[in-house]
Design a protein around this ligand. Structure first.
Ligand code: SF4
Ligand code: SF4
Length: 310
């Protein structure tokens, strides 16, 4: 049976659909949004990450890495130690050999991504069944982009269905239509992420066109009974009242959209980027309370039910 690559299974989540939920984060995403809160899920393969909150900057990983350049160790820390010559034959890119993880004295490095079969995932999810039943909750598949692992996702959804567990799929919508159709037929609720209608700004901030995303949203709204639209609220990106009003008009025109979740930006993913081999994000500011309330009014005036947060 096909295995999935998972970064995290988060229990007791109340922000990813109705009730108490267990959220399964799948690895790999076709977008690379500049504000991504889960940047460790973008890469579709397992990789190493330094955990900023635990790292005591001891340099042990520097000495252990055959390349002499452990992923995510800041240049300023490296500069504090004698430079390490790469071992003969050391790969140019990180080979995920895990030598740095073993050398770290404080669990400050971690392997991101573990394989799990749908059956093993079902066994883990069943531990939470009482919470699902008591709260009318269930399981949410998120990421990353869960449709990037379409066959695993479909197998996991089928097993949840067999168990009578409510399922939600949190998707950016950038996926082939045929797969969107199969997933839509297999889940109870779609959490659909919409960032921007402005095509140029979408490409600039998310790394890909929004054409497919909008086409799939229109299809979903005609063919799936329950869609929650999730919109990150980032003043520098989509805080323009004209952009928000256009999104509100679109949402109001789609009967399947039960509610809109406005997700105020926060800088929680920043420290993760520090521990990856990626550039730090642009310095976005979280929206102020008046900005959040102004956005809420725009969507409510379009006749939509609005929730602030997940
Ligand atoms: S996994 Fe291996 S190659 Fe990659 S950073 Fe760690 S020690 Fe270096
Ligand atoms: S990641 Fe671990 S081994 Fe590397 S500098 Fe930080 S604490 Fe030391």
């Amino acid at each position: 049976m096909i295995a999935g690559l998972i970064t995290n299974i988060q229990r007791y989540s109340v922000h990813d659909g109705p009730g108490i939920r267990t959220t399964v984060f799948l690895k790999g995403c076709p977008l690379a949004c500049a504000w991504c809160h889960n940047p460790e899920t973008i890469n579709p393969r397992p990789h190493v990450m330094r955990v900023e909150a635990r790292c005591i900057r001891c340099g042990s990983c520097l000495a252990a890495c055959p390349r002499g350049d452990p992923v995510g160790l800041p240049s300023a820390v490296k500069a504090g130690f004698p430079s390490v010559t790469p071992q003969p034959g050391a790969p140019a890119e990180c080979s995920v050999c895990a030598a740095c993880i073993e050398a770290c004295p404080v669990n400050g490095r971690t392997l991101v991504g573990r394989e799990l079969t749908p059956a093993a995932l079902r066994a883990e999810l069943l531990h939470d069944r009482l919470f699902f039943d008591e709260s009318r909750g269930g399981v949410t598949f998120s990421g990353g982009e869960p449709l990037r692992q379409g066959e695993f996702l479909l197998a996991a959804l089928a097993l949840c269905c067999e168990e009578g567990i409510h399922t939600a799929v949190d998707t950016c919508g950038h996926a082939p239509r045929e797969l969107v159709q199969r997933v839509a037929a297999a889940c109870d609720l779609v959490l659909y992420d919409l960032k921007l209608l402005d095509a140029d700004r979408h490409a600039r901030f998310c790394g890909a066109s929004n054409r497919l995303i909008l086409e799939n949203l229109h299809w979903l709204a005609r063919h799936h009974p329950r869609v929650w639209l999730r919109i990150p609220l980032i003043p520098e990106v989509n805080g323009d009242p004209g952009e928000l009003a256009a999104m509100a008009r679109l949402a109001a025109s789609l009967p399947a959209v039960e509610q809109v979740n406005l997700l105020p930006y926060h800088a929680i993913g920043t420290h993760k980027r520090d521990g990856l081999a990626t550039h730090p994000p642009p310095a976005f500011k979280p929206p102020s309370t008046p900005q959040i309330e102004a956005a809420r009014r725009i969507f409510e005036q379009a006749g939509l039910r609005v929730c602030i947060g997940g």
